[in-house]
Structures are given as C-alpha cells and as structure tokens.
Design a protein around this ligand. Structure first.
Ligand SMILES: *Cc1c(COP(=O)(O)O)cnc(C)c1O
Length: 574
C-alpha cells in the first residue's frame, strides 16, 4: 500500500486532465461498457497514455457489468449479469469520501486501474465503488449495473460519478487543469466545482454572485454524443429534491439546468467553456439543437493498435515501422505489396470463420464476399434494411455473399430486441441460400474479429442519428471497405469508389418527406449488384487499391491519436 501511495503522490505533482465517463472499455474482460461511447472512452485513454498526456480518468465500477447476452432459437435476447472481480485487475485505494444521496451519506471508495503504454506513458483510471459495508444494501448497489434500473437509480449513479468523482480526486490530492465530461452523465461534477470555487460572501451584494460560473466554465470541457432527444438524461425536480436535497440550491440549479426538469446536457452546456460534437455533421446538428452555445466539432477516432488484427499488425510492422504510435505513417501504405495485403486479409477472414465454425457450426468460405454488420441493436441503425426485399437480395447475392451480424439491445429497448428477432427470422427464411450468422454477446474481442474478418463493413443508420460511428474506422484499419449511409464520420471519410461506397444520397441532396428506407434500400441493392459484387470477383486489383485507400486515407485520419492531439490543442490548452 505504501508503494501505491508514493506512486499516487508522484502522480499528483503535475496538473491533470480529468476525463469523466459513465462507461469505459479499458479491457475486454472488464465489462464496464455498453457500446461505442465506452469503447471510445477506452481509446481516448489508450491514446492519452501513448502520447504521455497528463491525464486521469474517472468512471463507475459497474461490478455486474452491462449484461451478458444470450439469444434463444427464436431470436429472443435474454440478459444476465456479467459479474467480474475487480481484485484481479485493480488496486483498492484507501481513500473514501461521502456523497449525500436520499438524505444520507453514501460512502464511495475507488479502485485504480493503470492503462500502461509501451511508450512509458500511463493513464490511471479510477473506478468508483459504493459496495462498502458501511452503506445500506440499496446504496451498495448504486455502482453495480451500467445503465440498469430506473430514473432514480440513474440519478444516484450520476451523483456518485460527478460529485463523488470530484471529491475523490480532491481527497487523493490531484490538481486538475480541465474536467472533460464525456457525455452529460458526468455533469454533476460542475455543481461540486461551483461549491468549491465559491467567492467569499462579503464581496457580494446579490447572493447569486457567490457562484463563480466563469471560473468553473474555464475548467470544463463537454463532449456531446447523441443527436437523439431521449439520449439526454432529464430528471424531474421532485426526484431531485428527494434524492439530492441540500446538495445544491434548487433555484440556482433551475437557472443552470432547466426550469421544468433537470437536463444534464443543459447543465454541462452552461458550465463548459469548450463544447464539441463528435463529427463535423454532428457538430452542426448539435448547434441546431442548442442555439446560443458555440458548438465545435472534433471527429472521433479509434486506437490504431487496439483495432488492428494480428495479420495486419505484422505487415504494418514490416513496412510501416512505428505506425502504432504514429498512425500518420499509414500515408505510405502503398509500400505494402498487393499479395501481402491480400494474404493478411485472408488470414483475418480465416480467423473469423474458424471462430464462427466453433461457435455456430456454420462453415464460411474465405472465398465468398462477406459483409459485416455489428453494433448496438437499436432501431435507428436499421440492421434489417438489407432484408427489405428478400427476393431481390437472393437474386443479387445467392452464392455470392454471406453476412456476419452481432450486437446487443439495451434490456429495455423493445424495438432493438425486435430487430434481433427479425434478423433471426430472415436467417430462417433464407435457409442457407445466403449464409448469415448472428454472433452472441458482442464485445471488444468479437468486434476486432468481425471488423477485420469481413470484406465490407455495412452501416445503415437513419440520418442524422449516427453522431459519429466508430466501428467503420476500425474496419478501415484492417483494409475492410466501408459501405455506408452518409452520416457521422463517413461524410468526412467517403470518396465514392475510392475509399468505399455510399448508401443513399449525400446529405445536401436529401429531400425531406421521402421514404428513407425505400430509397436507401434501393441504392443498397443497386450498389451491391453493380459495383461491389463485380469489383470483388472480377477486379481484384481495384479491390486491393480500395483496401489501401481505406488504410491510407481513413485509418490515417480516423484514429484516436489525431483526435487526442485535437482535444489537447483545441479544448485542453485554453
Ligand atoms: C466499436 C464498438 C461499438 C461502436 O460501433 P458503432 O458501429 O460505431 O456503433 C460498439 N460496441 C463495441 C463492442 C465496439 O467495439
């Protein structure tokens, strides 16, 4: 323990960027992430460590994880807790603080997990935990399930994350340069900061002026991630009074976070100097949602080393040494001979198909054009768009294409669960004439296998709801070509027939009122039939050129090293 405290003391010497996120994917077997947001948080931290940024991160322990997904014969998803044991990965620190929740003090302790880079950089991640003997049983559960329970449970979690997080960092002796809120879940941290930086009362004639809003704003950075209204947490003030009575004056809170209900996004917007969306388009969409605030955009990226499969790591090491900590080197991807690139790709495909055979018994041939679709199962992503016209799909693709699906639906997202059922239904109806597998329990390991082991990465979100999307960037790192609706990052990464293909019209040619499903499906079938299938089977060298472009243009740019350099220069150093 002494060593740990000495280490911690060393850590507190330099001012830090404190990155707060409800979910973080630091490791495949630490199931404290649900999807893109958490994996992005992990990639942010991994790049922070590689670049030796003075950074720390705060999240919840989520001891029962998000959930483990099972799917029965009928395609019905069932959930069970994904229990994991922090002792095997992290160290419990001796520090404890309390947060007043529901009229009593809830004790919060923290576990430290170090994200260690080969460069020597390190970002410690603090996992907050209320499972302490002194707490009542229900309070011990606060940090147990990621996105579980109802509104009150969520509110308590967000109090622990925001208020508890700041108190713990303070108790540990950290001095913080910037607080970065990854999504609005953490925005209660601003209230704790307001309390800490109150102006001395005697200077002030109006009581409201004790709150040093400008000072707190200068300390805060806010990244918004969703253009969906329901994606922004809102709490009725009745619940607020009951749960956080006395924590912060209600009249001031209403000024900062909304009159009718407490809006976590509003709170973050009002108390952050720098605010950004996660792709250029998403920046614009957010600007329209939140007029009166200046919204910037920093397009997401993925951690190159984490999201490159073994066979590609090998050829990158040989031809582009140093790529992992300097993804700009992908600019010279043309140095890799075509046969080597193709052989690495076939190896990645074989690796996935061995895995598929083991899990499902279905044999996939590496010769066949394979299309991947794996992400959260939720309605706007339209996982079943390609099955809109089964007869047409058969005519175009029988014997020529096969599909790999994966993805979890949030336990309360009934339409998302229905989507999974629909896909199982289509698998039955196609009866092997077009092979489709649905891999259960999508996680980071499965994601790497799938994004590297297919030929084409398909994405069909309903516009403009895909804020960024990151799985297509992972695919690009493995020479897998994107075939996607022009939304999120793909608007910036797409050059038709060069880096990949679009589904549907570009954003400036969208005509409102048209049936997006019919229009997008039509284009999807056309491109598949006339461009993608013929190129794959008849123009292999053109295909390999496109794989190179995916790496040399998309992976070159859409990586988290570039993203973090932009956060540093545009958001942190201000
Ligand atoms: C990358 C990733 C996602 C995000 O995928 P999108 O297509 O961007 O939504 C979700 N889940 C896991 C496990 C991932 O690795």
């Amino acid at each position: 323990m002494d060593d740990l405290l000495i280490q911690l003391f060393e850590l507190t010497k330099e001012k830090k960027i404190a990155y707060f996120s409800m979910e973080i994917g630091v490791h495949n077997d630490i199931p404290t992430y649900s999807g893109g947001l958490g994996v992005l948080a992990g990639d942010t931290i991994r790049s922070g460590a590689d670049l030796k940024l003075p950074m720390i991160a705060v999240t919840l322990l989520s001891k029962n994880g998000y959930f483990t997904q099972d799917i029965n014969e009928a395609g019905r998803q069932t959930e069970s807790p994904s229990k994991w044991d922090p002792v095997s990965y992290m160290q419990l620190l001796p520090h404890r603080i309390t947060v007043e929740i529901g009229g009593r003090d809830v004790y919060v302790q923290t576990w430290q997990y170090n994200v260690q880079s080969l460069t020597g950089g390190c970002v410690p991640v603090f996992f907050l935990d209320t499972d302490i003997a002194e707490n009542r049983t229900e309070d011990r559960e606060i940090t147990s399930r990621l996105y579980g329970g109802g509104q009150e449970y969520r509110l308590k979690q967000e109090l622990v994350l925001g208020v508890g997080g700041v108190r713990l960092l303070h108790a540990m002796g950290f001095r913080i340069k910037k607080y970065h809120m990854n999504e609005g879940h953490a925005s209660f941290l601003t209230l704790e900061l307001l309390k800490r930086f109150k102006k001395p009362i005697e200077d002030v004639w109006d009581e409201k002026l004790v709150w040093d809003i400008e000072h707190v704003k200068n300390l805060c950075v806010f990244t918004t991630h969703t253009p969906i209204e329901a994606g922004h947490d809102k709490f009725p003030y009745e619940l607020i009074s009951k749960t956080m009575d006395g924590l912060f004056p209600l009249d001031i809170l209403k000024d900062l976070a909304g009159k009718d209900y407490l809006n976590m996004t509003m709170l973050a917007l009002n108390l952050s100097r720098y605010i950004n969306g996660v792709a250029k388009k998403h920046g614009e969409v957010s600007q329209n949602m939140f007029p009166g605030y200046e919204i910037h955009a920093i397009t997401n990226g993925v951690h190159s080393y984490t999201w490159t499969c073994e066979s590609f790591k090998k050829i990158f090491d040989e031809y582009l040494p140093g790529w992992a900590n300097e993804p700009e080197l992908f600019v010279r991807v043309g140095r890799i001979p075509d046969q080597k690139l193709w052989a690495a790709h076939i190896e990645a495909k074989q690796n996935l198909y061995d895995h598929i055979k083991k899990l499902t018994g279905v044999y996939f041939s590496p010769e066949i054009l394979t299309i991947g679709f794996a992400r959260r199962a939720t309605a706007y992503k339209r996982a079943d768009l390609i099955f809109r016209d089964i007869e047409r799909l058969l005519k175009i693709g029988e014997g020529k294409i096969q599909f790999v699906y994966a993805g979890k639906a949030h336990p309360k997202d009934e339409p998302g669960k229905k989507l999974i059922q629909n896909i199982f239904e289509y698998i039955k109806r196609l009866n092997g004439r077009i092979k489709i597998v649905y891999l259960k329990n999508y996680d980071m390991n499965t994601a790497l296998k799938v994004v590297s082991g297919v030929d084409v990465w398909m994405n069909t979100p309903l516009r403009p709801l895909e804020a960024s999307g990151t799985s297509g960037m992972k695919a690009a790192h493995n020479g897998v070509i994107n075939f996607s609706v022009l939304d999120g990052w793909w608007i910036e990464g797409h050059i038709e027939g060069y880096t990949g293909w679009a589904i549907g019209p570009p954003p400036n040619e969208l005509t409102p009122g048209t049936n997006a499903d019919a229009r997008d499906a039509e284009d999807l079938y056309n491109k598949l039939e006339k461009k993608i299938i013929p190129t794959y089977y008849n123009e292999r060298s053109k295909w390999i050129r496109m794989m190179q472009n995916a790496i040399g243009k998309n992976a070159y740019y859409f990586n988290s090293h570039r993203m973090m350099r932009r956060y540093v220069t545009e958001a942190y150093i201000r």
